[in-house]
Design a protein around this ligand. Sequence first.
Ligand code: XMP
Length: 519
Amino acid sequence: MANQLCIVLDFGGQYNQLIARRVRECGVYCEILRYDTPVSEIRALHPAGIIFTGGPNSVYDESSPHISPEIFSLGVPVLGICYGCQLMAYTLGGTVQSCERSEYGKIDITQDGNSVLFEGVPVQSTVWMSHTDFVAEVPAGFSVRAHSADCPAAAFEDHGRKLYAVQFHPEVTHSQFGKTVLRNFLEKVCGFTGDWKMDDFIETTVAALREQIGGKQVILGLSGGVDSSVAAALLSRAVGRQLTCVFVDQGLMRKDEGDFVEQTFTKLFDMNFVRINAQETFLTKLRSVTDPEAKRHIIGDEFYRVFWDKIREAGPGNFFAQGTIYPDRIESGKGNKAGQGSTDVIKTHHNMKEMPQDIKRQIAGIIEPLRDLFKDEVRAVGEKLGIPHELVWRQPFPGPGLGVRIIGEITAEKIAVLQEADAIFRDEIEKSGCAEALSQYFVVLPDVRTVGVMGDHRTYDHLIAIRAVTTDDFMTADWARIPYDVLARVSNRLCNECPHVNRVVYDITSKPPGTVEWE
Ligand code: XMP
C-alpha cells in the first residue's frame, strides 16, 4: 500500500531539503516539488499535507515565485514557512512589508492564544529567523498566534481552513521546539500516522524489485561509496546471483580500499562481483592535466566509459542499476528547484551521467532503488541489511577520489604518497577519539615542495596539508579544532613514516570562503 504523502513546495530557500528530512524523521513520506507544479498535478497525488518552503525573494518582485490561490481550496492543510508564510498572506489578501530591521538569528517569540501548532511548546521560546519582509496584516479569517519584538505575526492561522504560517524556520535545530511544531502540523493537523519506516521500505522494495526484474540480470556500478553499496545489498537481497556488481578501481581510492570493498561484497553478499583494475588507463588519460574541472570530467567520463563497455559486453536485455539518491536528483537539476539556472556550478559532481543511446536501447531498464531516500535513510537501510558499520558510516568520499586531493598533475608517485599520508592521518584521528566529532577529515597533496633538513641533509620534498571539518550539511563548514597534541603526533608520523614528506600544514579555512575539498 502506498504511504501517506506530504508535499514540500520548493520556493528556492536554502533549507528546503532540511524541511523534507525533518518531515521524514517524523515517519512521514514527503516529496519536494517545484513551486510551479500545476495544482491539478498536486491534487492527483492526494497529499495529506503541503508545506511551502522559504525562499530568497520578496512577494512583491514580479520575478519571484508565486502560487495559484486554488492551492488553498484543495481542503489539504498547508503550512507556510518564512517566504512561504509571506506568500500565503499575500495570496489571500494580507499585507507584506519590508522590515525596518531584518530579523536574523535566534529570536524570542511569545504565543498569542492557543494553537494546535504550539501544543507542548512553552509560551515563550527561541526560534531561528532570517527575513527582511514581514506580514504586517494577516488575511481575513486568520488569527495571529505568536509575535516577536520586531515581527507582529511570527505565526498565524486559519484553523477552520487548516492553513498555518510561521515566519520562523522550524526545520533548523536552533528553533528550540521546531520539531514539535512540525510534528504537530503533520500529526495533529494533517493526520499523518507515521507510516514511513525503513523496515517496511526494505520489504516493499525487495518485493517490487523481484516483480520488476523477473528472471533478468542486473548490472550495477559499484563505487564502494555508501549509496552504491546499499543499492547493491538491497538488490542482492532481492535477486541474489542475478545481480552483477562491476567495481571499477580507478586507482584513486584510499590505501587498501579496493581490497576492502571486494572482500566485503564477495564475502557478505550473494552476487557476482567483477573488479576492473583500471589505474593505468586513468593515469594515461590524466597525464599532464592540471585543471581541476578537466580532471573531474576525465575521471567521471572514464569511469562511465569502462562501465558502459562492460554493459555492452554483457549483451542486451539486462537491467542497469545505480545508487542514485534523492538529493542527487534534486541537485542535478532533474529535481524541482525554484529559480533553476541561478545557482553557480562550483564543482562538477558526476553522479548523474547521461547514458549513451546504444546502451539505452540495449538495456531492459534503469533501476534506482534508493532514488527517494535521503542519505541518513540510506544509512539506516544499509545497517539493517548488514553492511559493515565502517562502510555505512564512512565519511563522504568524492567520486573523483584522491584525484581532487592531488593538486596539479596526478602521477602514480603522488598517489602513493597521498595514500600513505591519508592512512596515517586517519589512523591517528581514530586512535585519538576525535573522529566522532569530525564530519570529514583527509589530507591533500598540494603540488608544492619545500626545503627541509633531515639528519644533516637538506631535503626538498612534498608538503602535506591536513583538512578536517565539522558541518551539518556540507553547504557550510567550519575547520575542526583538533587538539594540538593530536596534530603534533600526526605531523611527526607524516614526516617520519611517509616517504618524500618533509612538511605538514593545517588548513584553517571555513566554507565559505573555502570549499571542503581543495579542487
Ligand atoms: P565541497 O568541496 O564542494 O565538498 O565543499 C562538499 C562535500 O562533497 C564532497 N564532494 C564530492 N562528492 N562527487 C561526490 O560524490 C564529487 O565530485 C565531490 N566533490 C566534493 C566532499 O568530499 C564534501 O564531503
